[in-house]
Design a protein around this ligand. Structure first.
Ligand SMILES: O=C(O)CCC(=O)C(=O)O
Ligand SMILES: [Fe+2]
Length: 223
């Protein structure tokens, strides 16, 4: 017999999503992708080309093979490289502060900012950023901090070809562009994952693609 546990809601966690949506919509230059299935926002020119160049330099210097939490046995599922950025680096702190001001999310709920780098042929196949609410992975990755509420992603450049992000459930393809921000809500109002957030970081065909990713959790982040 299972006991129903009330969903714990922390101010600034992104669940419920309304305060975050209101904060984002109050910013200049925001586009809301029209869909009843998903809250997805785009803001072009969120970072300057100089900031983006600084991040690209750091990612090139310090990268490791990307990992997947929900391993599914496909070694080609996520072929990019990841850079763990230093929160004490002024460039990182500045971008983090801008993301917090934009979304109104609580910085304590954020996972550390990461960089991702995709060479030609590399991709991150269709996935969701939340963890499926059954099984070992959920326990391992969400027991302390809860699920991922919001994703903020930033393109640092536009590769020469390929590398778009495809949200197939809503038939939307977002093209990489220097400094462009994407933000979406991963969870449904009751706290379960929203499968319509499925997205695919498509193969780079020419050039190199660089992005930043920042995930927020239901509860304050801790390792
Ligand atoms: O690179 C992309 O376009 C998507 C990245 C992504 O989905 C992720 O890092 O979770
Ligand atoms: Fe993702």
């Amino acid at each position: 017999m299972s006991t129903l546990r009330p969903v714990l809601r922390y101010p600034g966690s992104g669940l419920p999503p309304e305060p975050v949506i209101a904060s984002i919509l109050a910013q200049p230059g925001v586009q809301r992708v029209p869909s009843p299935k998903l809250n997805l926002f785009i803001r072009r020119g969120f970072l300057t080309p100089e900031q983006c160049a600084g991040f690209i330099e750091r990612i090139d210097i310090n990268r490791r093979p990307s990992t997947i939490a929900d391993a599914n046995g496909d070694p080609t599922f996520r072929t990019s490289e990841t850079c763990d950025l230093d929160p004490n680096d002024p460039l990182v702190a500045e971008a983090e502060a801008a993301i917090i001001a934009f979304t109104g999310l609580n910085p304590a709920h954020g996972e550390p900012l990461q960089g991702q780098r995709y060479a030609v042929g590399q991709e991150f196949k269709a996935h969701t950023d939340y963890f499926a609410s059954k099984g070992e992975d959920y326990k391992k990755y969400c027991a302390k901090t809860g699920n991922r509420t919001w994703t903020v992603m930033l393109y640092l450049n536009a590769p020469e070809a390929g590398g778009a992000t495809r949200f197939k459930a809503i038939d939307k393809i977002v093209q990489p562009e220097t400094g462009k921000l994407l933000a979406w809500n991963n969870l449904r109002p009751d706290g379960r994952g929203n499968p319509s957030t499925i997205h695919h970081g498509m193969k780079v065909r020419a050039g190199t693609k660089y992005v930043l990713t920042k995930w927020f959790r239901e509860r304050p982040w801790t390792w």
